[in-house]
Design a protein around this ligand. Structure first.
Ligand SMILES: C[S@@+](CC[C@H](N)C(=O)[O-])C[C@H]1O[C@@H](n2cnc3c(N)ncnc32)[C@H](O)[C@@H]1O
Length: 254
């Protein structure tokens, strides 16, 4: 499937989540608030992102894989930073643009493929990626980071949430994950925080909340209930078997 087709499909799916009353309730119960979350970032992780990045109105941030852009918007509302959100999910980007028209001075949403980004050199002070660098949609992390470094100012930074999966335990060490190796390949220094336990608890909560809301999910065209249960159980099992670890990476260029 071409990136355009993937983006179209993902956009339709995200818009259906945005329109779903039961998914809104699901997010409120799982995450404590409804930002139509498609991630594994609970509140302590969100706080970590804000504490480490210390964004201000002087920052210009690139949010990779922003989806509907509600987290992007929330980060900008809290920090007053300028954020460009990119995603290949066409309809989700249109939703984000329409929703945030009154905040156009600090929020910009653009349809783009993370594999094929193009910005002027040193455009951003910070790059964020919240669960948007997974292998199903990203061709090569090394190439992505090589470009991102060029888009960043010399004193720029990045904040990345990513869950690693491997049958080899050594690959799950925070300095040996695919993200870590791609960062080191660019000569980048970073600190990590392990959020595997948070992810485990969040996945358990997703399963129990979905089960509680099962009757309300009934008529969903995307079989949302089955998708949530199947996906969460698969990820949970990987953690339990020791085949998966979740990290926050904070990268400082200097
Ligand atoms: C798991 S969701 C996370 C969305 C959002 N960051 C959040 O935390 O709710 C992954 C997002 O990355 C986007 N994405 C994945 N691969 C992409 C690519 N190659 N180019 C642009 N967007 C991509 C998807 O469309 C989706 O919106």
């Amino acid at each position: 499937m071409s990136p355009e087709s993937k983006g179209k499909e993902m956009g339709k799916f995200l818009v259906s989540l945005d329109d779903s009353a039961v998914f809104s309730l699901f997010c409120t119960k799982v995450y404590g608030r409804d930002l139509t979350q498609m991630n594994r970032m609970d509140e302590p992780q969100f706080d970590r992102l804000l504490v480490q990045l210390r964004l201000t109105e002087n920052d210009h941030v690139l949010d990779l894989g922003c989806g509907l852009g509600k987290i992007t918007e929330n980060i900008s509302d809290i920090t007053q930073s300028n954020i460009t959100g990119v995603d290949f999910a066409t309809d989700a980007i249109i939703r984000a643009q329409n929703r945030t028209k009154r905040k156009i001075n600090r929020l910009n949403f653009t349809e783009a493929d993370i594999n094929d980004l193009s910005f002027p050199l040193e455009s951003f002070s910070c790059v964020i990626a919240i669960d948007s660098l997974y292998g199903d949609f990203i061709d090569d992390l090394h190439t992505v980071f090589c470009k991102l470094v060029k888009f960043l100012k010399p004193d720029g930074q990045m904040g990345i949430f990513h869950t690693e999966y491997s049958l080899e335990r050594d690959d799950l060490h925070p300095q040996m994950t695919a993200v870590a190796l791609a960062l080191k390949n660019q000569g980048l220094k970073f600190k990590t925080w392990d959020y595997t336990e948070n992810e485990l608890l969040l996945l358990e909560k997703k399963i129990s909340v979905a089960k509680e809301l099962e009757p309300k999910f009934k008529s969903n065209q995307y079989n949302l209930y089955e998708r949530i249960i199947k996906h969460s159980e698969k990820l949970l099992l990987r953690i339990i078997k020791g085949e998966s670890r979740r990290y926050f990476y904070h990268i400082k260029l200097h």
